[in-house]
Structure formats: C-alpha cells, structure tokens
Write a protein that binds this ligand. Structure first.
Ligand SMILES: [Zn+2]
Ligand SMILES: [Zn+2]
Length: 133
C-alpha cells in the first residue's frame, strides 16, 4: 500500500498494518489533525518505508517521548513514533490504497467533541450540496 501527504512531496509505502485500526478522539489528536478524531494503526518499522520527501518532514513532540511527523510543506500528519519504539503509528487517512481492514475501536471517547454528527442522521451528498454554486 502507498500513502502520501496532501501536496505529494512526501510518499511512503506500507506492506502491512500490524495492529487493528482505531479512531482516537483525544484532544491532542483533534488539534494535531484539525479533525474530530484521528484514525491510526501500528506498523512495524520493517513494514514501513519512506519513498520520498524525508527532507521536508517536520516533527512535533506532542507529549514527552512521542513525536508526530508531518509534511513541512502542506502540514499533513503522516506518522507518530514513541522514543525507542519499533512501531510507527500510521495516520491511516493518508493511505492512497484501501488497507482492507476496518476500524475495530474508538479510544479516548471521553474527549469526544459534542458536535460530532456523522451517519444516517444527517443528509449525505456524493459531492457538494445541491445549493452549492
Ligand atoms: Zn506535503
Ligand atoms: Zn489521540
């Protein structure tokens, strides 16, 4: 499977996911991703390879010993890693291919925003709303 950032300067390749996919609703993920939750999965180092763009990667230590890596040009969050860990925490939404697995859990539900509505209770359109000009 391949993945990339928004601007395309960073690309990576993953041969398999090594943990279940989970949604994380914690405050730190919400701010880092500017989204209601972040979807991630663990990938062992030997199953992850940067294809290009490592020179534009930036990182931020969001909690002690944990760094979040993102494209320094467009800001896409790509992976996180804990000091000394052999596991990358992959940001599944940056994959360009379907990993085949489906999320198995939501964590940090205690931090979930009160405004998150997604699913059959709100109208859904394949692209813009019909009113969009
Ligand atoms: Zn980028
Ligand atoms: Zn989180």
């Amino acid at each position: 499977m391949r993945g990339s950032c928004l601007c395309g300067q960073v690309e990576y390749e993953v041969t398999q996911l090594d943990s279940p996919i989970r949604h994380c609703s914690c405050r730190t993920c919400r701010k880092a991703h500017a989204a209601a939750f972040n979807t991630s999965a663990g990938v062992q180092r030997e199953h992850f390879k940067w294809r290009k763009g490592t020179e534009v990667l930036k990182s931020f230590e969001s909690s002690p010993g944990k760094r979040r890596y993102f494209c320094g040009n467009c800001g896409s969050q790509l992976v996180a890693q804990r000091n000394g860990s052999e596991m990358f925490i992959l940001r599944v939404a940056t994959l360009d291919d379907d990993p085949g697995q489906r999320p198995e859990a939501q964590i940090w539900a205690s931090d979930e925003v009160p405004w998150l509505e997604h699913g059959p209770q709100i109208p859904s359109y394949p692209e813009w709303t019909p009113q969009h000009k």
